[in-house]
Design a protein around this ligand. Structure first.
Ligand code: FCB
Length: 442
């Protein structure tokens, strides 16, 4: 199977890239990295499959040069990586681990030497454990702690990154982790979730201001989106889909681009927000230069019968599914790329900062035949191309992920990489999707 798009199908200077995150690939045991909430969450029985953690992960901390060579050899233009708060500031505040900063500097310089553009994301979930002791995302002080972390990192690499994002996926940081309890710190509490939904945006705004203060530009934030549909045509299911959409897709965009939270969600959760939360909107809405869209799937929703907000549960859909049990629904990507531009970002550049799929990939005779991934990419690149034709300023596309890696509470067997990683030997084997992409980009 082949990749059926070529560079010339996309505008000049369109960025073809791959994405990763620190905890998922680096190895948190190395280089003076501090403990994060993911180390503790994984050490607690029942949270992560087989109790797996990111202590070694892909050992990218040591193998980064080889991995950057693989990015280069694929013909990609850019690389999206993240910086670990716990690696740079093991206690979250105060003491800086110079080794951690040296590591990110060497990574950025290594990218530039290879003519690959560095797209940095400051936070992809490894909150230092010491900050969780203080309440983590429930504590309003986290916005200032995060601004300090931003300053420490960007004083070192801010002059050389092509672009920087504050957060990866505020919905996951707040809702998945503090309402659903599926990600660290595994809290299930509506007040904690609502406060996290607000504090993460205040931290975003302060971080943007900090980077502007350092003279940086090309700053953004990466949000995730899921297309929400009613499982049937009852009013209960319609409401379920609407509320899912509000929490997931409209809350964070609303804060950053409209200085307002969506009325349907606010009606339910305003009681849990900090007193005078409205005063934070000017900070939250600090101007950004681009929006990052992460997109994987759609969800079908119906009433959960609990009588408690948000009144919904997910229903299994009929479409082909990936190893995550996520339905393949490229129409949703087209939807968000056009809708976000029209309703929120108004002509600002949009990047697809993550898209891809997990499959159960094996190496057989040196080959990994991941045809479904090639097909998935073809369908989603076509959706992006259509969004561009329909007038959305889509500037780049980062495939999740470069390498098979630690898929959070699902451990190591959900393989998202274009490059297979043997987690015993750490051997890298480019999959057929990598080879097909290499051909298409040549
Ligand atoms: C996104 C995360 C990324 C990875 C993919 C599959 O939500 O940003 O770390 O887990 O999903």
């Amino acid at each position: 199977m082949t990749i059926n798009f070529k560079r010339s199908d996309f505008p000049d200077n369109f960025e073809f890239g791959a994405a990763t995150s620190a905890y998922q690939i680096e190895g948190s045991d190395f280089g003076g990295c501090g403990r994060s909430q993911w180390d503790d969450f994984a050490a607690t029985p029942g949270n992560v499959i087989r109790g797996e953690n990111g202590a070694r992960a892909c050992d990218h901390y040591h193998q980064w040069a080889n991995d950057l060579d693989l990015i280069k050899a694929c013909g990609l233009d850019s690389y999206r990586f993240s910086t670990s708060w716990a690696r740079v500031m093991p206690e979250g505040r105060g003491q800086v681990n110079q080794q951690g900063l040296d590591y990110y500097e060497q990574l950025v310089d290594g990218l530039l030497e290879r003519n690959i553009k560095p797209y940095a994301t400051l936070y992809h979930w490894e909150l230092p454990s010491a900050l969780l002791d203080l309440g983590g995302w429930r504590n309003p002080d986290i916005a200032d702690w995060f601004a300090d972390f931003t300053e420490v990192v960007m004083q070192r690499i801010g002059d050389r990154v092509e672009a920087a994002a504050t957060f990866n996926e505020p919905w996951c940081i707040a809702w998945l982790s503090h309402f659903m309890g599926i990600h660290a710190p595994g809290v299930r509490d509506i007040r904690a979730a609502t406060r996290a939904m607000h504090h993460v945006l205040v931290a975003h705004g302060k971080s943007i201001q900090t980077m502007r203060g350092l003279g940086m530009d090309n700053l953004g934030v990466v949000m995730n989106f899921e297309y929400a549909q009613a499982a049937d045509d009852t009013p209960e299911s319609e409401r379920a889909a609407q509320l899912y959409d509000g929490i997931y897709n409209r809350w964070f965009l609303g804060g950053v681009f409209k200085q307002a939270y969506p009325a349907d969600i606010l009606a339910e959760v305003e009681q849990y927000l900090p007193f005078n939360y409205q005063d934070d909107f000017p900070t939250i809405a600090a101007p950004v230069d681009w929006l990052g869209v992460n997109y994987y799937t759609r969800k079908l929703l119906t009433d959960d019968g609990s009588g408690l907000f948000p009144y919904y549960k997910e229903v299994t859909g009929p479409l082909p599914k990936t190893a995550m049990e996520w339905e393949v629904y490229p129409q949703g990507l087209h939807h968000f790329l056009t809708w976000a531009n029209k309703e929120y970002t108004n002509g600002l550049p949009i990047y697809i900062t993550e898209n891809g799929m997990a499959s159960y990939d094996d190496v057989k005779d040196g080959e990994v035949a991941d045809d479904m991934r090639i097909d998935y990419l073809n369908q989603h690149f076509a959706a992006a191309k259509q969004a561009i034709a329909d007038g959305s300023p889509i500037k780049g596309y980062f495939i999740w992920s470069l390498l098979d890696n630690y898929e959070w509470s699902l451990g190591y067997d959900k393989r998202f990489g274009m490059i297979h990683v043997d987690f015993d030997t750490l051997k890298r084997t480019p999959k057929n999707s990598y080879l097909a992409l290499q051909k298409a980009l040549a």
